[in-house]
Design a protein around this ligand. Structure first.
Ligand code: 6PG
Length: 232
């Protein structure tokens, strides 16, 4: 779907999430995206009516990727999400599963994150009939990356680990979920806004496999949420 503005788009995504989550029961895992695009959505979810309607007490929050920086660093996806959403809605800490980025190596962080995911899932092997995530939100980088699956990196080939450390050229080290983990999802939304994403968006949607976002094949539905600037 295409909305006229990024603000209108955030409302579309919020309504979509609400409808899905209200149709579930029991604990439900939601995988959030980082970067700057979803901030408007997170701020909106923290406000009325979503603040009062979302099943916060049943939701468990994970992230598709995290930069390997302290949680109070301006580049931290956890920090952005906490400030915009989790703090304002008073999400219980036991339902929030950030990537640990202090007192561990990046490889240990990835292993700990995998263990947290497996604990929530209740198994160490993903069953295609039982998706890990109810909802996965993803962004798109201008080079075609999504989560921290960057072009030409070994993380793209990982099929057994649920999360890995990755250091794309010119980027800080990051922890990212791998394809099998992101694909274990009932509903996936790519949220893409802004004219600078226009060219890469066309290529990804045409299935250019050099671009990591084009190589994601979730078990459930995939929705593209775009603003007009990105679509044209
Ligand atoms: C991150 C991401 C990443 C992001 C894209 C788009 O933490 O950087 O999860 O995949 O979604 O880079 O980023 P913007 O929303 O800032 O354009």
């Amino acid at each position: 779907m295409t909305a006229p503005t990024a603000t209108a788009l955030a409302k579309e995504v919020a309504d979509w999430m609400l409808e899905i989550l209200r149709g579930t029961s029991g604990p439900v895992a939601v995988c959030l995206s980082g970067g700057s695009t979803p901030k408007l959505l997170y701020e909106l979810l923290a406000q009325s009516p979503y603040q009062g309607l979302m099943p916060w007490d049943r939701m468990h929050v994970f992230w598709g990727d995290e930069r390997f920086v302290p949680p109070d660093d301006a580049r931290s996806n956890y920090r952005m999400t906490y400030t915009a959403l989790l703090g304002p809605v008073a999400m219980p800490a036991s339902h929030t599963h950030p990537v640990q980025t202090e007192d561990v190596t990046p490889e240990q962080a990835a292993q700990l994150y995998q263990a947290a995911l497996q604990k929530f899932y209740g198994a160490a092997t993903l069953d295609p009939a039982r998706p890990l995530f109810e909802i996965v939100l993803l962004g798109l980088g201008t080079n075609g990356h999504t989560a921290s699956l960057f072009p030409g990196t070994p993380a793209l080939e990982e099929r057994s680990a649920w999360a890995v450390a990755t250091t794309p050229e010119g980027e800080p080290t990051r922890i990212t979920l791998t394809y099998p983990t992101l694909e274990s999802a009932a509903h996936v939304a790519f949220i893409v806004t802004g004219a600078e994403k226009r060219d890469v968006l066309v290529k990804v949607r045409a299935g250019d496999l050099a671009l990591p976002a084009a190589r994601l094949h979730p078990s459930g539905e995939v929705r593209w949420f775009l603003d007009q600037a990105a679509e044209r």
